[in-house]
Design a protein around this ligand. Structure first.
Ligand SMILES: CC(C)(COP(=O)(O)OP(=O)(O)OC[C@H]1O[C@@H](n2cnc3c(N)ncnc32)[C@H](O)[C@@H]1OP(=O)(O)O)[C@@H](O)C(=O)NCCC(=O)NCCS
Length: 388
């Protein structure tokens, strides 16, 4: 066995054959077109492979991103396209690739690793990954509902040369997002299975809708702008779709799309994880101290005026992290403190990211529970267009 190691220039085609065999058999789609930022030559260093007798038998990709959420800036990586050739399974190669990816993410200081999975939840769990709180809601709209949505604006197809900068401006005004440079926007907006619509008010683009028709992404996978623009865009898309249902992905926190759908009585919704193409959201803690330092703005926003301290020792890694808070000021250290808990990696992921409150993950003194149950779970939303 050779590897795990980063892929080289000559190996991209073979990797794509493997991941298309595993994830796209019988589906008229290509992983290279579905995930253009992942299977880009510039990302080769983040593609990990294991070989046997010179053949690539196992692969996993990392997609390095930065999440902006709740005043925090969180560099992180999403893991995707984890696959072992059917003939070579159960020999430990995917495990070794995942361990290698975790080491790489920790070395570069990522706040956490993130992935989505359906069938392989237990494979990841044995490696310390855990299912966390929901990523948001999926509203189900029916074509017959198109007349719920008033049309206030002119709706037309997106034109890259004319609209890209304005759409970037709208997207970057949203409260939570994965940051993208201009070329990443362009690449994602050129995915062949998506169509983009824009709404204009007084000759200015005031909203946009990204609609996907794909095996891995289906429905309104990104949107932005005013409620009037969103209403006009949905009226247009619903009146022209041939589908019997349209999924619309919406964060849990307050936002114009949720406000619009709720005000119009659209009640059919499911957690995002249950929607077509989504999967369970799983996290791997890399360094708890590093994560908590990056979450400091959010923690300080949420802490009351209490004071206290808690130590967490991560069972598998023996990393000891101390949290201290006083008068809305929060510090992270490594010293032993009076109240200390030993948590597994999976429990630590749930302590920070839910779905339950910290006091339901482990027993805490009443004062500590009161303070930290206001801070965690830290929930965040990743838009479907950024899913890998
Ligand atoms: C999941 C997958 C990548 C594992 O590859 P692999 O090289 O066989 O993995 P390993 O040999 O390192 O397996 C380690 C363990 O995980 C277990 N495992 C593998 N797939 C599993 C699954 N879907 N659910 C639960 N456990 C699983 C194996 O049985 C093995 O357990 P054991 O050591 O007790 O026998 C491979 O089965 C695969 O390509 N599956 C299809 C694609 C897929 O589902 N990828 C994940 C998408 S998010």
């Amino acid at each position: 066995m050779e590897g795990p190691r980063a892929a080289n220039n000559q190996e991209l085609e073979t990797i794509l054959s493997l991941v298309n065999l595993v994830f796209r058999s019988g589906v008229n789609q290509d992983m290279a077109l579905d995930y253009p930022l992942v299977f880009d030559k510039k990302n080769l260093n983040n593609l990990r492979v294991v070989l046997e007798k010179g053949e690539i038998i196992s692969h996993a990709a990392m997609a390095e991103r930065t999440l902006k959420a709740k005043d925090c800036v969180l560099p992180m990586s999403m893991i995707c396209a984890v696959a072992t050739h059917p003939v070579y399974r159960k020999r430990g190669s995917a495990t070794s690739i995942m361990e290698d990816a975790v080491t790489s993410m920790a070395l570069r200081g990522d706040a956490f690793g993130l992935l989505w999975t359906g069938p392989a939840r237990d494979f990841y769990r044995q490696l310390g990954w855990e299912v966390i709180g929901t990523n948001g809601w999926t509203y189900i709209l029916r074509p017959t509902q198109f007349n719920h949505f008033k049309s206030y604006c002119l709706v037309r197809a997106y034109q890259q040369g004319k609209d890209l900068n304005r759409i970037i401006e709208i997207h970057q005004n949203q409260s939570e997002q994965l940051t993208r440079n201009q070329s990443a926007y362009q690449t994602l907006f050129n995915i062949p299975t998506i169509k983009i619509w824009v709404a204009e008010e007084n000759n200015l683009v005031s909203g946009y809708l990204v609609v996907a028709e794909a095996h891995n992404k289906s429905g309104v996978i990104e949107w932005g702008g005013t409620t009037k623009a969103l209403s006009s865009l949905l009226a247009h898309v619903l009146s022209t779709t041939l589908e019997t249902r349209l999924q619309v992905f919406v964060p849990s926190f307050k936002n114009p799309m949720k406000t619009l759908l709720q005000s119009l009585g659209c009640q059919e919704r499911i957690p995002m994880e249950e929607a077509d193409g989504c999967g369970l959201k799983m996290i791997r803690i890399l360094s708890l101290k590093n994560l908590l330092e990056k979450l400091k703005p959010h923690i300080q926003n949420c802490l009351g005026k209490s004071s206290g301290e808690l130590g967490i020792v991560v069972a598998e890694t023996a990393e000891r992290t101390s949290l201290k808070w006083k008068n809305k000021h929060f510090t992270v250290g490594t010293e032993q403190v009076s109240e200390e808990k030993t948590l597994t990696l999976r429990e630590t992921a749930q302590f920070i990211f839910g779905p339950m409150k910290p006091s339901s993950v482990t027993s805490l003194s009443p004062e500590t529970a009161k303070a930290l149950d206001q801070v965690f779970p830290f929930t965040f939303h990743i838009g479907m267009l950024d899913y890998v």
